[in-house]
Design a protein. Sequence first.
Length: 131
Amino acid sequence: MTTLCLTGQHDHHDVYAAQCPCRALLDLLANKWSALVIGALEEGPQRFGALQRLLQGVSPKVLTQTLRRLEGAGLVDRTVYPAVPLHVEYSLTTLGHSAAVPLRLLRTWVEEHIDSLDSTTQGVPSSTPCA
């Protein structure tokens, strides 16, 4: 399915086309940590430490890189409050909130259907049970 390019840079956008710039955005949103950060920020602004505690298993380096990529794409805002020590919060932009909708549906689908998959035949790595 293609859509017209509103920026006038291309005739249309087609995620299946190798050279389409929308592939980079798809790559960003399809990333596990991006999807989880966006989900965590749906509830409202979060500080870095709170995000790291919520997103179990993410390293500070990967979380920083993910937040920077999301900010660069216009999905996340970074607000610095002049205090000692410095207070920084991350929040979703309007565009980020719109991306959160399909990502929430995907996260919900995964949680509801993970037990239906046979991890030995579906290529899903086994992991420890959920808390």
